[in-house]
Write a protein that binds this ligand. Structure first.
Ligand code: COA
Length: 335
């Protein structure tokens, strides 16, 4: 019998601290109108000291475990996707493992930026389908706010990003009567565009990794060629979505919910229009949370499951685009 993997639980956590566009306009030369019009974002959440990424990840993970009806001790593996790790090393997953009260469960971080969640889902799916593990916790977790430039120089990037964590449980499905299944996942990358959206420092490619000059030049803050990213995102997301659906022998019309990475409402509207997807099939929460990178898709999934919009039997398609460049899609049957 071919082993199948399905999602059995979801959870999310965002910091309580709400930062509105108006709050940012007090710190830098921007406006609520500019941010809303270009990105759809109204507010986002930022951690307050001493809040750490693994705290958000822990709450999201506990909620996912609870909704799956299992304990942390039942997990065989933890994968945590992030571009904003708690420390240079070890990965945030190790801090999370400890917070969950586990001492030997294997864990690792996966770095594929805004595509990190679906990349991690593809790894979890492969582990479960191979029979090596039965229960995998996949978490997307980001604390961007501690690494953003809140001066005018950083306004193009800083207004877009928020903090948060989302989690799912991926489990083996041995029940032939249960349709729940991760049907297909596709992951892609194009490293020649690595410096179109990146944080250069501190990095081991620099000698040394951090200097006063690097700080003065602000090379430790994210840099992005916004229009270039926009252009590639609106090409790659439809492309990979169609590829994944075709691999699953499905059509766009079969899909009940399209969960797009929440980078920019305008990117997602553009993708939906190109593919003639009705807006009601494309839920969004970017207006409340901004771009939470690897956390954005599992956060959106959790909200839609808990609010009853995603129901057993529904077909869910995910698609992402992010730094790297990286882009992905997954299609799954909810049960
Ligand atoms: N507030 C006000 N003005 C801003 C601003 C801000 N926060 N950020 C940039 N601007 C200014 C620019 O300086 C520029 O001014 P100029 O015309 O005087 O030079 C002007 O707004 C237009 O900038 P531009 O970058 O051309 O705007 P845009 O229409 O391309 O929109 C983005 C900018 C970032 C919203 C858009 O390019 C985008 O969404 N790109 C994709 C980003 C993304 O999704 N990244 C994450 C991928 S995971």
């Amino acid at each position: 019998m071919t082993l199948r993997a399905k999602l059995t639980g979801t959870g999310m956590c965002v910091p309580d601290n709400v930062v509105t566009n108006h709050d940012l306009a007090k710190l830098m030369d921007t406006s609520d109108e500019w941010i809303r019009q270009r990105s759809g974002i109204v507010e986002r959440r930022h951690v307050v000291p001493p809040q750490r990424p693994s705290e958000l990840a822990e709450v999201a993970a506990q909620r996912a475990l609870e909704s799956a009806g299992i304990d942390a001790g039942d997990l065989d593996l933890i994968i945590l996707a992030t571009l904003s790790a708690e420390a240079d090393f070890p990965g945030t997953s190790f801090f999370l493992q400890d917070r969950l009260g586990l001492s030997e469960t294997p864990c690792f971080d996966l770095r594929a930026q805004c595509s990190g969640f679906v990349y991690s889902l593809s790894v979890a799916n492969a582990f479960v389908k191979s029979g090596q593990y039965r229960r995998v916790l996949v978490v997307g977790c980001e604390v961007h706010s501690t690494g953003l430039d809140f001066s005018d120089d950083g306004r193009d990037v800083t207004v877009l990003f928020g903090d948060g964590a989302g989690a799912v449980i991926v489990e083996a499905n041995d029940d032939p009567d249960d349709a729940g299944e991760i049907l297909e996942v596709r992951i892609h990358a194009e490293g020649s565009f690595a410096d179109k959206l990146w944080v250069e420092a501190p990095g081991s490619g620099l000698h040394p990794r951090m200097t006063q000059e690097i700080l003065d030049e602000k090379r430790h803050y994210p840099r992005m060629q916004g229009r270039f990213v926009f252009k590639h995102a609106t090409r790659r997301m439809p492309e990979v979505l169609l590829q994944t659906l075709s691999a699953a022998s499905l059509k766009l019309e079969d899909v009940d919910h399209f969960l797009f990475h929440q980078a920019n409402l305008r990117i997602n509207e553009y993708v939906a229009t190109q593919l003639e997807i009705p807006p009601e099939k494309c839920p969004s929460n970017i207006e409340r949370y901004g771009n939470c990178s690897a956390a954005s898709i599992p956060m959106l999934l959790d909200e839609n499951v808990r609010e009853g919009r995603i129901e057993p039997g529904d077909l869910v398609a995910m698609a992402s685009f992010g730094a790297g460049f990286s882009w992905t899609s997954a299609v799954l049957r909810w049960s």
